[in-house]
Design a protein around this ligand. Structure first.
Ligand code: COA
Length: 230
């Protein structure tokens, strides 16, 4: 019987030794599962995102229109099947617990936003606010070999149980499967999630301070771009 010689890999200075990942995080038996988005996730994603990013939505549409923002987001997501492939849904003991959207180079499709629908739920001011929020959060320069974590949110009742960590691990896995070598995301400087990203290997590579446009669009002008080499 012939054996193939596999040379040992020695650690180099600065090299992070990663254990080989055999299965996609969230695909093995356990309380936490991760799957692709399905029709039944539309309402969950809409409500969870508006609640998880309530500071941005409140700034954009006003506190009294948050329920309208949920309905508008659900309507838009329901029509936007062409972007569902970006979403990964985390289930905790079978219940929808969190969601994440990741994007790769060339995936610039936009959600099916309808102004008339937005106006009916949010009024003209709320619709303008939401449009600005969309402009402020859109990332249009994802290079070849990069994976962009567009947004990640976990329902408040499931936070602190490792759901966010596993979603990020799944993002890394899916990105590697696509041949990517780098992950990146944007996060508000004061967001506690910065610690989670650091633990997952992300580092700050760019700092935006006091951007007037971002403050008007999102209520904060201070953001970090964080990046991770795979
Ligand atoms: C960030 C978030 C996705 C993490 O999900 P999670 O399942 O709670 O994460 P894990 O259990 O794997 O890890 C816990 C870490 O998440 C972060 N976290 C926990 N609650 C958080 C909250 N309310 N807001 C922001 N980050 C939070 C912290 O870094 C925490 O670590 P710490 O306790 O040492 O500070 C989730 O808290 C959330 O949806 N937050 C609101 C939306 C948001 O800020 N998304 C990130 C935008 S870039």
């Amino acid at each position: 019987m012939a054996f193939e010689y596999i040379p040992p890999v020695f650690a180099q200075p600065g090299m992070v030794q990663q254990p080989p990942t055999l299965a996609a995080p969230g695909s093995e038996p356990g309380p936490l599962q991760i799957r692709e988005m399905q029709e039944q996730d539309v309402d969950f994603i809409a409500r969870m995102l508006v609640e998880a990013f309530s500071d941005k939505f409140e700034h954009a549409v006003g506190k009294s229109r948050m329920e309208g923002a949920v309905k508008q987001t659900a309507g838009m997501m329901g029509r936007s099947r062409h972007v569902w492939h970006r979403y990964r849904i985390a289930l905790y003991e079978g219940r929808q617990a969190g969601a994440m959207a990741i994007r790769f180079h060339g995936d610039n499709a936009e959600e099916d936003f309808q102004c008339g629908e937005a106006c009916s739920y949010l009024g003209c001011c709320g619709t303008c606010g939401l449009t600005c929020l969309g402009l402020g959060t859109t990332e249009s320069s994802i290079r070849l070999g990069e994976c962009y974590v567009d947004h990640i949110g976990v329902d408040a009742s499931f936070r602190g149980r490792g759901v966010g960590k596993m979603l990020l691990e799944r993002a890394d896995f899916d990105a590697r499967q696509r041949g990517c070598t780098r992950m990146f995301l944007w996060v508000k400087q004061t967001n506690r999630a910065v610690h989670l990203y650091e633990r997952q290997g992300y580092v700050v590579v760019e700092t935006v301070n006091g951007s007037c446009f971002l403050r008007c669009a999102m209520g904060s002008g201070d953001f970090y771009k964080m990046q991770k080499q795979l």
